[in-house]
Design a protein around this ligand. Structure first.
Ligand code: FAQ
Length: 309
């Protein structure tokens, strides 16, 4: 069997493509693009919540938040490691991120203005991330699928800590409840945008679905997220800011309004409220870390000489 036929057979049979296997160039490029964007999102995604570590209201909340932000760094590392199995170079990917040539999730370009945002990010942003990423545990590329299994377990914990924080605030004072509602109002629409543009405008979905890199379309996952979140909002006692949101018994799903897609493309294009700040912060952190990379390389070179003897 020729190599291309073998690749097609593996994908069609729902088996995993592994790094040593032959794969079409387009498949490799699509994976590097998606996994790198995902890794960049985890690393840039440390900033909005990191903003509140020093101002967490108690030692317990500070410890939880520190652990969550550290987990995000870990997710970024597993994902960069997965791109390396495809022949990508991590330094090159970081360079593409800080020079604006590679994307990361639009959601992290919105500022975190109150402590309630920490809870709402856990509930809505990690909730959306889980919805999108659980199917990726069955993606066709082995190293990506395996990284996603561990990441999803940690994301579930992140989502629950966010929900627990919000439950606590909702059981507090009127001012705390208002703070939660205000945060939900700001984060609801950007959370829906995390799933990407509507299917009709999604340039990559058809090809990625055929290769089984993506297992669901953007609109399917957005619907799933809305259906999952509505009962959670009711239990919490917050209102989702969408007058069109309504259960549709015929479809067996909620109907809902569309996010502002012009705003989405502006944010994806680098013009969101915090894009410049996020990338600049990442660029500075990368430059500040130069001495660590140099020291690690010098250490590895010395060890290599020692082990040669
Ligand atoms: N933001 O053709 P499609 C997290 C781009 S979760 C920015 O539909 P595709 C956890 C897209 O790249 C967040 N850009 O694209 C966490 C493409 O541009 P390109 C990360 C977006 O790839 C929680 C163009 O628009 N999760 O980090 C966005 O088939 C809390 C056309 O779009 C993942 O990355 C967007 N929202 O579908 C961390 C999951 N949407 O590249 C910290 C894996 C689309 O052609 C705190 N990724 N674009 O120039 C995916 O599932 C897919 O890549 C989609 C996009 C669904 C995001």
């Amino acid at each position: 069997m020729d190599l291309e036929a073998e690749f097609e057979r593996t994908v069609a049979a729902g088996q995993r493509v592994e790094p040593r296997d032959w794969m079409p160039d387009g498949y490799r490029k699509t994976l590097i693009r998606q996994i790198a964007q995902h890794a960049h999102s985890e690393i840039i995604g440390m900033q909005p919540e990191g903003n509140w570590i020093s101002r967490a209201p108690s030692l317990r909340r500070k410890a939880i938040l520190l652990a969550k932000v550290q987990d995000e760094a870990g997710h970024g590392l597993y994902l960069y490691a997965a791109t390396e199995t495809l022949g990508a170079d991590r330094g090159d990917l970081t360079e593409k991120l800080v020079s604006g040539r590679q994307k990361y999730s639009s959601i992290f370009n919105y500022p975190t203005l109150s402590y309630a945002d920490v809870g709402v990010i856990g509930w809505l942003v990690d909730g959306a991330a889980i919805c999108n990423q659980v199917p990726l545990c069955r993606t066709s590329y082995g190293p990506y699928a395996r990284a996603m299994i561990r990441i999803c377990k940690e994301e579930s914990f992140h989502q629950r800590q966010g929900y627990e924080l919000l439950m606590t605030m909702m059981g507090g004072t009127d001012a705390q409840r208002a703070m939660v509602q205000e945060s939900v109002d700001r984060f609801w629409w950007p959370s829906l945008m995390m799933f990407g543009p509507p299917d009709a405008e999604s340039a990559n979905t058809e090809r990625s679905m055929a290769w089984r890199i993506k297992r669901n379309t953007n609109d399917e996952l957005r619907q799933k997220f809305v259906d999952m979140t509505v009962p959670q909002a009711e239990k919490l006692g917050v209102t989702l800011p969408d007058p069109a949101l309504k259960w549709n018994p015929e479809r067996g799903h909620h109907d809902f309004g569309q996010p502002d897609w012009d705003e989405f493309w502006q944010v994806v294009g680098g013009n969101g409220p915090a894009n410049k700040q996020r990338v600049e912060h990442r660029r500075r952190a990368h430059e500040d870390g130069e001495w660590v990379r140099a020291a690690a390389e010098a250490h590895a070179a010395k060890r290599a000489v020692r082990e040669d003897v």
